[in-house]
Design a protein around this ligand. Structure first.
Ligand code: PLP
Length: 376
């Protein structure tokens, strides 16, 4: 079976360095908020070209902490609305409701799977304070449009970068910048399966806003800047030293891994020519880092079974739209047709930096030999 993602092989490439880094932490005798976290924060801020980076426990907390900090700073009040894509992974939405704010679901563009800026503007009310955009599957949102709307209505722009580490956006002036630096603040996840993955849970916030960074630095550590002095009702959401050390190793290879993913995607994009399969739409080659390679088809179940029968594992990201989740029963009667169509038709085929090109070619052949009358 060709696995959907082979984490063991991805990390095996760096095992000597990872083990050395791990030993360094064990020998240091310092395991929380020490030198590894500080150095990783500097290195990741440099990578994203932001003034600040704050290591936190996971990607969900990164987003929760950004919104909590805006509440502490008086920028957002409980009960205010935050716009978020209706087809995102549930964590983006959980971060909003966790803070007593109201998530307002806005439909994505059917082709890019990212927020449709025209629909964003229509959803703005007096209570809207922020747009939480998600660079889903690894492709950057059309940020010029989002930032223009945000400026017009005085909204904060928060990026959910959990799937898009290192993706580049070229703005209308022709300037290229990485995700994490395209809005007011950004949340990253380093969950093991993400493009920059730790060997456990980890996350970070990036921002150029020093006041926000300072507030999050306290909020992640019981609301305290100074030991035993608590300014806020904070939480415990710190990045472990061991995970920071793992991430420092893997960050050095991130750009190589992105290039390897882009090479796999290129083989799929030029090789798959089955009319039953709709390929992902890419605006600009550098703006997609291919966390997932997501195709659309009206024959999803048959295609998935066909792939399995031919030894290829596929997954669905995601099978149930957020408004149909039990957690958000208040939305069960609402209709988000684009999102529903996406959730009915998407299928993710294997992509990773360690997928050999001959294997990729084999997957292309299998995809092209599928036809809807195939009996499995
Ligand atoms: C993975 C993910 C998160 C959550 O990250 P965790 O580290 O698992 O908490 C948030 N948003 C998106 C889009 C994700 O893919």
């Amino acid at each position: 079976m060709i696995p959907f993602l082979d984490l063991k092989n991805i990390n095996a490439q760096y095992q000597i360095e990872l083990k050395e880094a791990c030993s360094r932490v064990i020998d240091s005798g310092w395991y929380v908020l020490g030198n590894e976290v500080t150095e990783f924060e500097k290195e990741f801020a440099t990578y994203c070209k932001t003034k600040h980076c704050l290591g936190v426990a996971n990607g969900l907390d990164a987003l929760v902490l950004i919104l909590r900090a805006y509440i502490e700073l008086g920028v957002i009040q409980k009960g205010d609305e935050v716009i978020v894509p209706s087809n995102t992974y549930i964590a983006s939405i959980l971060a909003i409701s966790e803070n007593g704010l109201t998530p307002v679901l806005v439909e994505p563009d059917i082709n890019t799977f990212n927020l449709d800026s025209k629909l964003v503007e229509q959803a703005i009310t007096d209570k809207t304070k922020a747009i939480l955009t998600v660079h889903l599957y690894g492709q950057v949102t059309a940020m010029d449009e989002i930032n223009t709307i945000a400026k017009k209505y005085n909204l904060k722009v928060i990026e959910d970068c959990a799937q898009a580490h290192g993706a580049l956006y070229t703005d209308k002036q022709g300037q290229s910048r990485k995700v994490g630096s395209l809005g007011d603040a950004a949340g990253f996840s380093f969950y093991p399966g993400k493009n920059l993955g730790a060997l456990g849970d980890a996350g970070a916030v990036t921002t150029n806003d020093s006041e926000l960074a300072d507030t999050i630095a306290a909020l992640r550590n019981y609301g305290s800047h100074e030991k035993y002095k608590n300014l806020y009702k904070g939480m415990n959401s710190r990045l472990d030293e061991i995970q920071a050390a793992m991430l420092r190793v893997k960050l050095r290879y991130l750009d190589n891994e992105i290039a390897a993913r882009q090479a796999v995607a290129q083989v799929y994009l030029t090789g798959i020519n089955n009319p039953i399969i709709e390929l992902p739409v890419v605006d600009d080659v550098n703006s997609h880092v291919w966390h997932l390679f997501v195709i659309k088809t009206t024959q999803r179940e048959k295609l998935a079974n066909y792939l399995t029968a031919n030894g290829v594992q596929s997954l669905i990201h995601y099978p149930i739209p957020p408004h149909k989740q039990g957690a958000y029963h208040e939305w069960t009667n609402e209709s988000f047709p684009i999102s529903e169509q996406i959730h009915d038709q998407v299928l993710s085929i294997p992509i990773s930096p360690v997928l050999a090109i001959n294997v990729v070619n084999k997957i292309v052949e299998i995809c092209n030999s599928f036809n809807k009358d195939t009996i499995i």
